[in-house]
Design a protein around this ligand. Structure first.
Ligand SMILES: [Zn+2]
Length: 221
């Protein structure tokens, strides 16, 4: 009798360990070293190789982890606040698939508004990067608390006073003002707003574009 109980107890503990290992498994393949690498290691580890393309890294699904629960990077539709003050959900237009120069896809939503209109955080999250780019002009990258999503605000006229990298914004908090910096038409100021699913390294400059329109179109107030 005691032996049976001990066996059952052992099996339970073992099952928990297996479950723990399985649920932690998605990180394992990225750091696994092929057995053959040990031989060539002194040379092979010298040169830092360029990091793999984000698509490869995020879409690679090793067979061993197919039964693990998949992480859904996209919040359900309607979970973001409209990031421009005074804009109703019904007035948004889905411009995600619009063509842009050099064969690029827009991969964002343009929210038209007069220059100087307040730009508000679409969700809670930390300011990861304030960046001035040729196309985007004055831009802001905000990460969600789980660091799985980046919210990107571009063509800003300027940042709000006191805005700094590392600052945590609450949903609806003022972060800047609508403008036409970068390659935006000065006659048509707007907020270029994008959402990116971040890779495992959570770098602000790389990610997979998700269509913000369904996340905003269902928003109320
Ligand atoms: Zn745009």
């Amino acid at each position: 009798m005691r032996g049976t109980l001990l066996f059952l107890l052992g099996a339970l503990v073992g099952a928990n360990v297996v479950y723990f290992v399985l649920t932690r498994a998605p990180h394992a393949p990225a750091v696994a070293t092929p057995p053959s690498a040990a031989i060539a290691a002194p040379v092979a580890t010298e040169a830092p190789l360029p990091s793999p393309a984000p698509a490869t890294a995020s879409q690679a699904t090793p067979a061993a982890t197919t039964t693990a629960p998949l992480r859904l990077p996209s919040p359900p539709p309607g979970r973001l606040s409209i990031p421009v003050q005074g804009i109703a959900a019904t007035s948004l237009r889905d411009t995600f698939n619009d063509a842009r120069s050099e064969g690029r896809r827009h991969d964002a939503i343009d929210i038209m508004a007069p220059a100087g209109t307040p730009v508000l955080a679409a969700a809670d999250g930390r300011i990861e990067k304030l960046f001035l780019s040729e196309r985007g002009g004055i831009t802001l990258y905000q990460f969600n608390p789980e660091r799985t999503l980046a919210y990107y605000y571009a063509h800003l006229q300027r940042y709000a006073d006191g805005i700094a990298e590392g600052q945590v914004l609450r949903r609806g908090q003022l972060l800047g003002y609508v403008g036409a910096t970068g390659n935006a038409d000065p006659a048509a100021p707007h907020l270029h707003f994008a959402v990116f699913a971040l890779g495992p390294e959570a770098r602000w400059w790389e990610g997979t574009a998700l269509n913000p329109y369904p996340m905003l179109a269902g928003a109320r107030d």
